[in-house]
Design a binder for this molecule. Structure first.
Ligand code: C2E
Ligand code: MG
Ligand code: MG
Length: 378
């Protein structure tokens, strides 16, 4: 029991609480483990995994080795809506369910939470395989200038799942961000994008194209990120100023100085930066002039209602003006109608992206559109 207590202390934080109500049962209380139920449940599960791993190591007592097994039952609570004895009872019921079904695992009392975590684990396993089995593809969406000429592309990730079909990034990138898979998936995207740029550099029609890649906050924060980008650029031998990394304002919410330092290193190596979904974050404008940016992208939510909502019209106009006075290229995202394009043009916008000029498409289709001269002929 003393050794179990020691091991439990080893996996918990200073602020967690641990007690032994009796027998071979311990109660652990984890506080402040997430802003919502999903994050909290995932965090509790991760702590329970560490706990189970620790408790299953052999115990050496008076020179002899013993092994033990443990069962974990979990319950989530928020504030004071549940009575303490009821919570303990539920956790106990979940623990007995584990004991009866063979020990060595952790379960939640709430079957919905348990099912949700199991789905997540299944998706996680499938994403790991997706990289190995070559199920990931890049699609390319044209970015055009005022004359409708394709000057750049945005690489957008697609997952071709054997049963689910084409899975959009919104369905699996958030999962990747939670479980750390964003690092290998992001590396795959960077390498695939650089390989594409290398092929484009070899052809007259495509050699001037820039390609932008979306970088998630967790990927950017990862220690190996700068090395990852420099590695992908170096190995492909591309001109680094053809590669543009799209960041979101979330990157600058904490650790702003470190983020800027990372950007400076990459900018020094020639890589360009774009600020995606501009106008949707909560960050201040003060940092904007400190960042080594090349481009900002007006979020599609402002473009969508530009012709009907005076507020959105003013916001779009202001972003364009501000971008221009800071010497940045401004791209309007999600342009779907000629009316939207005309208004944006009138405000001085010079680059556009959206279904009006072409959706994200496989590389062959994209190259055909470039060869056809303008994206309008799609
Ligand atoms: P985003 O970077 O803002 O990409 C623009 C999204 O808007 C794309 O959705 C694109 O298909 C969609 N879109 C383009 N034109 C129009 C239009 O005219 N109307 C409307 N309604 N939508 C338009 P998609 O491909 O589903 O990607 C969604 C988000 O997923 C992206 O938003 C980006 O944040 C993320 N994402 C995509 N690929 C990657 C990737 O390789 N890595 C990371 N970290 N995130 C990615
Ligand atoms: Mg983007
Ligand atoms: Mg965007």
């Amino acid at each position: 029991l003393q050794e179990v207590a020691r091991r439990l202390l080893g996996v918990l934080r200073e602020s967690d609480t641990i007690s032994r109500p009796g027998g071979d049962e311990f109660v652990v209380m984890l506080e402040e483990i997430g802003p919502d139920r999903v994050t909290a449940a995932a965090m509790a599960q991760s702590v329970s995994r560490k706990t189970l791993a620790e408790l299953s190591r052999p115990y050496v007592l008076r020179g002899r080795e013993y092994t033990g097994s443990a069962s974990v039952g979990m319950v989530l609570f928020r504030g004071h809506e549940d009575a303490a004895d009821e919570l303990l009872q539920h956790a106990g019921m979940a623990m007995y369910a584990v004991k009866c079904s063979g020990r060595g695992v952790a379960r939640f009392f709430d079957p919905h939470i348990q099912a949700m975590l199991e789905r997540r684990a299944a998706v996680e396993a499938q994403i790991r395989k997706a990289v190995e089995l070559n199920q990931l593809r890049l699609y390319f969406q044209p970015c055009v200038d005022r004359e409708g000429r394709i000057v750049a592309a945005e690489a957008l990730l697609r997952w071709f799942h054997p049963e689910r079909g084409l899975v959009p990034p919104g369905d699996f990138i958030p999962v990747c961000e939670d479980n750390g898979l964003i690092v290998p998936v992001g590396r795959w995207v960077l390498e695939a994008a650089c390989a594409q740029l290398q092929r484009w550099e070899a052809e007259r029609e495509t050699r001037d194209l820039r390609l932008s890649v979306n970088i998630s906050v967790k990927q950017f924060r990862h220690d190996g990120f700068v090395a990852q980008v420099l590695g992908a650029v170096g190995e492909s031998g591309i001109d680094p100023s053809r590669l543009e990394l799209e960041l979101t304002e979330g990157v600058f919410l904490d650790d702003t100085e470190l983020s800027i330092a990372k950007m400076r290193v990459l900018r020094g190596a020639g890589v360009l930066f774009s600020l995606d979904d501009f106008g949707t974050g909560y960050s201040s404008l003060a940092y904007l002039k400190k960042l080594p940016l090349n481009q900002i992208k007006i979020d599609q939510s402002f473009v969508r209602d530009i012709a009907v909502d005076a507020g959105d019209e003013v916001i779009a106009q202001t972003i364009i003006k501000m971008g221009q006075s800071l010497g940045l290229e401004v791209v309007a995202e999600g342009v779907e109608t000629e009316e939207q394009r005309r208004r944006l043009e009138r405000y001085g916008c010079e680059h556009y992206q959206g279904y009006l000029f072409g959706p994200p498409m496989p590389v062959q289709e994209f190259e055909d559109a470039v060869a056809a001269g303008t994206a309008d002929s799609l």
